[in-house]
Each structure stands twice: as structure tokens, then as C-alpha cells.
Design a protein around this ligand. Structure first.
Ligand code: PEP
Ligand code: MG
Length: 757
């Protein structure tokens, strides 16, 4: 059974388009189950019907023509209940709906299973037989297993068609929505520019070549270069390895020959594809085919193909480096966006960001929010490499990407953009007003920064301090560890720009999803591994250089605070403080007039929540990192789109933890702030101020919205709301109660522009 399943999935995977995939399915399943009919019905949302897309056994003329409305017939019933139906005689079932063109009246036994992808029913896979018999348990299980495996392939093939403007049954479609997760609010309309890391065959976008002849010539030259390399290796290894093993290089040379892989690539270039795209396509097909093979030896050949093709890709990219052309309305698209990719786009051209991987709390999304760029993350079904150059709408409020937009939808979104701009302009007059509630309770609004451009934007928004300078951002953008001197310069810029306002610099927080290209950390479970303070305490030389740079930068300004990330116990704080004291002493010995800065601890781990009191005793301030705290308390990976719906800062457990932290810190008379994304959500901000947070630190783009909401409510109202929600048992109810309060305060228009955690 397993072999058959594997065989079918392998063939379907290698299919060139949706129709061929479906034809393979019906042919192979009919054979595997020795049944008389196998058909696939797919939901075409454009006509709201299940269309008979492929069949072996039913009349050919019915294929593509017969369709059943939603809920109609047994197929409709399977789809509606998202459950299999197994019948000895279909015609006796009340839902049986006879369609003459199919010629199915002679078939009695019926087994239909739903094809489900991400909770949505894409269609129904049906087998039928003349005999009056129920399909047995094994057959039913086989079909269910197969359907589950095929759903992803079908969804991908459908999505590819949709990008081209076609529904599954070939109707012209527009406004196809690809769901993702909101990364940064706002709407953008623009042209997709697909970016990809070098030497990765999986991420090469589809592009057209302008000159087919030249492209083939170029490809052949690169191919020959790799073949030469292989021959060279063959010669070099003479006498060093067995002759048999040396022969392998001859095999590689032949694999790349004109009549093998090389030829297939050339054929694809002839259809108009650029060489990199053609190579990636052919490589992926072959790798997939080999990987699915049952023979272990052959399966391992997949690695050879990948390696050979990567070598050719290397030459293609080396000889003709891709210079990305950023259009004036660039929507940057990638399988996995990185902060470095963002940094390369001229800011004035960057309208939006889309990442197929990652989630709303990935660091790249946080950076996007800091920059105020609408972003969709985790658009897992988006065939991102087919989007290059296409016009798309990005809805960062709902977390959606829309391809082939119709004129009507474009107009609607253009209006939203205008409203968005008006809303921002309407908040301008709040810049110089204090952040206090309607009954004059003062809260401080600080900002989170990473780049120098954030600093300027923040000052412009009336920020009162920096609550979190993510020092890893300049490290991420660099090609090696920045030297102490280089760091001093970067830190000085931030401190100077904000002086005399306080600037909280967090010591290097790498690990987790923040990998420095020059200091890779390979771990099975990076979020529970070597991260933040754990890394820097193990590398005191990195920590000391950074702290010295911070202290040097603060000379004469004295507005520095240092904050420690990922603290899980008091020993880490003691060790870090000792190092900071040592760095301070060293600078004093250089006769520098350096003031010892206030030190703070981030509460990001559940363990730290329960130790707030002990930690607060050791330091000068406490700051909650609610992004990680939510991740760790709810056991929800902040980067994983599959569980993004479970990631909610309004979960009662989170609110309880935050409240505990505030009470513990207040008990020690230590100021307490919050610098997670939650602080920038206007609704959450009301709860946080009622809890007693002294300072809320957020992205500059959220600052005026939060200020507007806080100035519209009284402390009493906020406290009443907090009392209510602390009695509630689930996140949705809490969110609704918060929204209602904002609605009553007349600031509900700001709800739309906030991220809903
Ligand atoms: C947090 O975890 O809330 C935080 C502010 O740190 P980061 O998002 O950089 O991990
Ligand atoms: Mg954190």
C-alpha cells in the first residue's frame, strides 16, 4: 500500500499542471483500487460549484462540463460535511443526484472522500463500481490518506492557475485572495519584486528572457564549466580513491549532457524562461522524482542532482549577477524575507512586504512595523516565485495578498489608502501633546528602534525616549562583528539624537530566528537554545566589547540604560552585571569620565515572571518583552504561521502574567515598562496603563494612534475595563470587551489600524 501511495504522490508531484496532476490521480487510483471509476471534483469558487475535473470511467464528454452546485448530490454532501461517504448503492441515498451526461447510472458502489487543505475543502475524490458492495475499510483508509497527501499539491496547482488568472475549471478569475498573517498594518498596491538568496534552487523566481539564443549560449557555457570542473576532479583524484568511485564524476558529466538534464533546461529556455528559472524547474522535477523512489540507492541520487544543478546555478549567478530592479511601487516578495533584503530596497520605493514563511512576530515583521511598511507574513500557499512583475494588492490589516486585482477592487483599495493617509495626517496635531488620560494620568510613550532611520522618524512622532534599541539590527546588517569602535559610533548616533531623553540599549540578542550570517547557530530547537544573554555570557569578549562601546558612546550625554534579554535566573543577571562593572572600571582606568548606567532586565520567559521580585532587587528597571513572553507562555512559535491563530497577547494567562510583573516590580519600587509589540496596540495599551506600566515602548508608527486612544479614555474607565477582563476566560471575549471600550470612547476608527494579537 505504502509503495502505491508513494508512487502516486510522486507522479502527481511531478505533473506539469493541475489538469495533468488530476489525470494522473484518477488513472493511478482506479488502477490501485481495481475499481471502475475514479473522478475528481474540484470546487470552483468563481461559479460556486464542484466541477468534474477529471475522470476515468465516467463519459469523457462530461469532464469539465458537469458541475454540481454547492451541497448538491453526494459529492456536495461529502464536501459539506468534510467527511467520507461510503455506500453500497448510491442510487438509494436521498442525496443521490443523477447527471445524465456522466453515464454513472450503472455504478452502484460509491466512495467519496473530501480533499482538505488548511481546513478548507478543495473538492472530492470519488471511486465507483458496478457491484453493489461497500468499499472495505482498507480501501477507504487508502483513499483518505491519498487525498490528504494530494491536497497540498492540488492547492499549489490551483494557486498557480489563479496567478495566471484562471479558476480550476478554466474560467477567467480576478481578485484571488491568498491568506497570510498581518505583519504590519496598512494597504499597498504595487508590483511584486521577488528576491531570493543566492545558490538556492528552490527560490528562483520565474522570469522571461529577452534573448533566447543568448540565454541558451550562456547556459551552455556555464554547463560546460561545471563539466570541466567534474573532469578536473576526476583527474585530481587519480590514485587517491578507487577507480570505481572516480567513475562517478564521469556519470556526473554525462548527467549534465546535452541529451540529459542540459537538454531539458535548454528546451525550457526555448519556451522563453531565463536560464536560472529553467534550471531550477528541471532540477526540482528531477530531485522530486528521485526523492520519491523506493530504492534507497536511487533516492540518494536526488542529492547528486541538487548538487550538480547548484553548481551550474553558481556559475549562472556568478557570471551574470542579478541586479534587482526596484520599481517605484515595489512590493518585496520572498519565500523568507530577511532584514538584509529589506535594507537593500530604497525606502521611498518600498510599498509593501510579503513573506511566504514567518509570522507576525518574526523579527522581519517587527522591523517592517518599525518602518511603517504594510506587510503580510506566512502566505504559505502563495506561489511566490510566479509573482515577479505582477500587480498585486497587499492588505496588511487582514493579512492577505490579492492577485489579478479587478478595477473595482483596485478602486476600493485606493480609497482605503487615501483614508489611511488622512487618518495619519489627522493625528499629527497630537505630536507635542502629553500622553495622559482624559483625567490627567500620565504614561510615557517610548519607541523601539533598530536603524538610525527609526530614530529620526521617532523623534518626529514625539517619542519621549527609546525603550528598546535592538542592537542586533546593525549586527545583522553587517558582514562581520562590528568592532568596538564601529559600535561606539552607531550607539553614539542614537544617544546623541535622543539626548537628554533616555535610550535603552539591549545587549546583543541573537539566536532564535536572528541568525548572524557570520556567526551561524545551528540548533534543533533554537528558541529554547542558545539565545540572547546565554550567547553573550558564553562569549564575554563580545559582551564586553559591546558594553564598552555603549559606555564610551554615552560619555557626556549620560542618557544610556542597558537592558539584558532572555534572562531566566538571577545568576545570569549577576554575571552580566559583573561584566558591565568590569567594562566600566576599564574605561575609568583609561581616564574616561563614564557614568555607570541604570541596568534593567527583560521579562520574556515564564521563569522570569515568577522571579520578578528577585530580579527587580538586582537591577534598576524591569521591561517586559511580551513577544517572547507570549511565545513561551502559550508554547506558540512566534514564527510559525500554522499556529499564528493561537498567538494572542490577550490570552488571560498573558494578562495575568503581565499584571503579576507590574505588582512585583512596584513592590520593589522599580519602574516597569513593556517593549513588546503589544504596547503598540491601542486597545492593549489601555489595559497596560490600567495595570500600572509606567512606560509603553512601541514602533514609532503606532505612537500617535496609541496616544490618541489614551487621551480619549479616563484612568477609571481603563481600570474598570481591566477589572472586567481579568475575570474573563478567553482571548476573543477580552478583545471584544476592549474594542467596545474604544468604540464607546469614540476612537474605534483606530481599531482598524492596529494589529490584532
Ligand atoms: C520581546 O520579546 O517582546 C521583545 C521586545 O524582544 P524581541 O521581539 O526583539 O525578541
Ligand atoms: Mg524578545
Amino acid at each position: 500500500m505504502l509503495e502505491q501511495l508513494r508512487g502516486i504522490v510522486q507522479k502527481v508531484n511531478a505533473a506539469k499542471d493541475l489538469q495533468s496532476a488530476l489525470n494522473i490521480i484518477v488513472h493511478r487510483v482506479r488502477e490501485a483500487l481495481s475499481t471502475q471509476v475514479c473522478s475528481v471534483y474540484l470546487l470552483d469558487t468563481d461559479i460556486n460549484s464542484h466541477v468534474l475535473m477529471a475522470s476515468e470511467g465516467l463519459k469523457e464528454e462530461a469532464i469539465g462540463h458537469v458541475s454540481l452546485e454547492l451541497g448538491e448530490g453526494l459529492v456536495g454532501l461529502v464536501a459539506k460535511h468534510a467527511e467520507p461517504i461510503n455506500l453500497q448503492d448510491a442510487s438509494n441515498h436521498p442525496s443521490y443526484y443523477y447527471v445524465e451526461e456522466t453515464g454513472e447510472e450503472v455504478f452502484h458502489a460509491f466512495l467519496g472522500v473530501p480533499i482538505i487543505h488548511h481546513r478548507a475543502v478543495l473538492g472530492v475524490l470519488v471511486v465507483q463500481h458496478e457491484d453493489r458492495r461497500r468499499f472495505d475499510e482498507g480501501e477507504e483508509a487508502f483513499l483518505i490518506t491519498l487525498s490528504a497527501q494530494l491536497a497540498g499539491v492540488i492547492a499549489h496547482a490551483e494557486a498557480t492557475g489563479a496567478i495566471e488568472g484562471l479558476s480550476p475549471s478554466g474560467h477567467k478569475v480576478s481578485d484571488t485572495v491568498f491568506p497570510g498573517i498581518s505583519g504590519s498594518s496598512g494597504v499597498a498596491i504595487g508590483q511584486a519584486v521577488v528576491v531570493f538568496p543566492p545558490a538556492d534552487l528552490n527560490q528562483i523566481p520565474d522570469r522571461h528572457t529577452k534573448n533566447i539564443e543568448k540565454e541558451i549560449e550562456f547556459f551552455n557555457a556555464c554547463l560546460n564549466a561545471v563539466q570541466d570542473d567534474m573532469r578536473e576532479l576526476h583527474n585530481q583524484l587519480a590514485g587517491q580513491v578507487a577507480e570505481e568511485e572516480r567513475q562517478l564524476f564521469d556519470v556526473y558529466v554525462r548527467m549534465l549532457d546535452d541529451d540529459a538534464l542540459g537538454n531539458e533546461v535548454v528546451e525550457r529556455i526555448k519556451t522563453g524562461s531565463w536560464a536560472q528559472g529553467a534550471l531550477a524547474y528541471v532540477a526540482k522535477e528531477h530531485v522530486r522524482t528521485f526523492e520519491m523512489m523506493s530504492d534507497e540507492y536511487l533516492r540518494e541520487r536526488a542529492a547528486d542532482i541538487r548538487d550538480l544543478c547548484s553548481r551550474v546555478l553558481f556559475y549562472l549567478q556568478e557570471e551574470d549577477p542579478v541586479t534587482t530592479e526596484y520599481l517605484d511601487d515595489t512590493i518585496l516578495v520572498s519565500e523568507e524575507l530577511t532584514p538584509a533584503m529589506l535594507a537593500e530596497v530604497p525606502t521611498e520605493k518600498l510599498k509593501g512586504l510579503i513573506s511566504a514563511k514567518g509570522s507576525g512576530n518574526s523579527h522581519v515583521a517587527i522591523l517592517a512595523r518599525t518602518m511603517g511598511v504594510p506587510t503580510v507574513m506566512g502566505a504559505v500557499d502563495l506561489p511566490f516565485n510566479q509573482l515577479d512583475g505582477k500587480q498585486i494588492i497587499l492588505d496588511g490589516y487582514r493579512g492577505e495578498v490579492i492577485s489579478n486585482p479587478s478595477v473595482q477592487l483596485l478602486t476600493r483599495y485606493e480609497n482605503t489608502i487615501k483614508e489611511q493617509d488622512q487618518l495619519v495626517a489627522g493625528l499629527e496635531n497630537l505630536k507635542d501633546l502629553p500622553c495622559e488620560t482624559a483625567d490627567n494620568h500620565r504614561v510615557h510613550l517610548w519607541v523601539n528602534t533598530g536603524l538610525m532611520s527609526d530614530v529620526m522618524h521617532s523623534l518626529d512622532q514625539g517619542a519621549e525616549g527609546i525603550g528598546l534599541f535592538r542592537t542586533e539590527v546593525p549586527f545583522l546588517l553587517s558582514e562581520r562583528f562590528p568592532s568596538e569602535q564601529e559600535q561606539t559610533k552607531i550607539y553614539r548616533e542614537q544617544l546623541e539624537a535622543f539626548a537628554p531623553k533616555l535610550v535603552t540599549m539591549r545587549t546583543l540578542d541573537v539566536g532564535g530566528d536572528k541568525d548572524l550570517p557570520y556567526f551561524p547557530i545551528e540548533e534543533e530547537n533554537p528558541f529554547l537554545g542558545w539565545r540572547g544573554i546565554r550567547v553573550t555570557l558564553d562569549h564575554p569578549e563580545i559582551f564586553m566589547a559591546q558594553v564598552r562601546a555603549m559606555l564610551r558612546a554615552s560619555i557626556g550625554l549620560e542618557n544610556l540604560q542597558i537592558m539584558l534579554p532572555m534572562i531566566s535566573n538571577v545568576n545570569e543577571v549577576n554575571s552580566a552585571t559583573q561584566l558591565i562593572k568590569r567594562a566600566h572600571r576599564e574605561l575609568l582606568q583609561e581616564n574616561l569620565d563614564v557614568k555607570y548606567p541604570p541596568i534593567g532586565v527583560m521579562i520574556e520567559l515564564p521563569a522570569a515572571v515568577y522571579q520578578t521580585r528577585a530580579l527587580a532587587k538586582l537591577v534598576d528597571f524591569i521591561s517586559v518583552g511580551s513577544n517572547d513572553l507570549t511565545q513561551y507562555l502559550l508554547a506558540v512559535d512566534r514564527n510559525n504561521p500554522r499556529v499564528a491563530n493561537l498567538y494572542s497577547a490577550f490570552h488571560p494567562a498573558i494578562l495575568n502574567a503581565l499584571y503579576q510583573v507590574v505588582l512585583q516590580a512596584q513592590g520593589q519600587k522599580k519602574p516597569v515598562s513593556i517593549c513588546g509589540e503589544m504596547a503598540g496596540d491601542p486597545g492593549a495599551a489601555v489595559l497596560l496603563l490600567a495595570m500600572g506600566f509606567d512606560t509603553l515602548s512601541m514602533n514609532a508608527s503606532a505612537l500617535l494612534k496609541v496616544k490618541s486612544v489614551i487621551r480619549s479614555v479616563s484612568l477609571d474607565t481603563a481600570q474598570d475595563l481591566l477589572d472586567q477582563v481579568m475575570q474573563m476566560e478567553d482571548a476573543q471575549t477580552i478583545r471584544s470587551a476592549v474594542d467596545l471600550t474604544l468604540y464607546n470612547a469614540g476612537v474605534d476608527r483606530l481599531l482598524r489600524s492596529s494589529r490584532t494579537n
